[in-house]
Design a protein around this ligand. Structure first.
Ligand code: SF4
Length: 279
């Protein structure tokens, strides 16, 4: 009999739950409700929200009135300021408080420091927004190769994307410490840390790991990377992607899910694996 275990910490985090509750509450009281880009990085949950009349728009100039809910990762400062000037659009900021904390730190540091290093993915919307708070002083370091771009200054300030792997963050901080004195702001959120350590622990105990979450989700991708370094791992968004062959001669399966993966997707996938493995 195949043993299926869900990681102790998996799926929706505090920030995502809060954003979805906010959007649903607003949609229950207003007719024109939009989110600026996907509210969270999970296409299936975003599609479900669309059925509740919460529409995604990428270009806010196309709406004339209504309520615009801002995503959990935050948006660039200049766009935020532009939006705030629009009289017929009410802004509801659903940015996660942990993301806001990182934004505030960068904003404060930008007043006096010469250089702020953000450890994160250059193209991720959270990082793009974080950079906008740094008045041109931010340098994004994605991996050790980017450390060569860090300038030698008296103190190098280092902030993290909230969903970075703590191990990778530490490695990059150690590399930068060889250049100059550093002051580190570890802005990795607890939810990320909990999900990553629970996933790593479970991956050591099972034959196969299934990581569920948006292919565009940074924290899900990190879970996949962590687990695939330990055991055979598959990253899927939804139940249709599961292949029965993955479970041939397998005795134990672990499941984890990114912070923007709803429980209903996790349960669907667990049910499907049970069907395939007859347990
Ligand atoms: S992963 Fe962390 S920072 Fe991102 S939304 Fe969730 S709680 Fe907030």
């Amino acid at each position: 009999m195949v043993k299926i275990t869900i990681a102790k910490s998996a799926g929706f985090c505090f920030g995502v739950k809060r954003a979805i509750d906010l959007a649903q509450d607003i949609a229950s009281k207003n007719s024109d409700v939009y989110t600026f880009g996907p509210l969270i990085h999970n296409p299936q949950e975003v599609a479900r929200l669309e059925k509740e009349n919460i529409k995604v728009i990428e270009d806010y100039s196309k709406i004339e009135k209504g309520v615009l809910v801002l995503r959990t990762h935050g948006i660039p400062l200049d766009i935020y300021e532009n939006l705030s000037k629009k009289e017929n659009i009410k802004i509801v900021d659903a940015a996660c408080p942990f993301v806001k904390k990182a934004q505030d730190i960068i904003k404060e540091l930008s007043k006096d420091s010469e250089q702020i290093v953000i450890v994160g993915e250059k193209k991720h919307p959270e990082v793009v927004a974080l950079v906008s708070y740094g008045k041109g002083k931010c340098l994004v370091v994605e991996d050790k190769n980017d450390v060569k771009n860090v300038k030698k200054t008296d103190i190098i300030y280092i902030v993290s994307q909230t969903t970075q792997s703590p191990k990778k963050f530490e490695e990059i901080v150690n590399e930068i410490s060889k250049i100059s004195q550093v002051k580190v702001f570890n802005t990795i959120c607890r939810a990320t840390f909990d999900r990553q350590s629970a996933a790593a622990k479970l991956a050591k105990e099972v034959d196969v790991m299934i990581v569920i979450g948006g292919k565009n989700s940074g924290n899900t991708t990190r879970l996949y990377q962590i687990c695939s370094n330990i055991t055979k791992t598959y990253h899927i968004e939804d139940v249709d992607e599961i292949k029965p062959a993955w479970f041939d001669k397998v005795e134990s399966v672990g499941i984890t899910a990114g912070a923007s993966t709803p429980d209903w997707i996790i349960e669907n996938i667990k049910r499907r694996i049970k069907e395939i493995t007859n347990c």
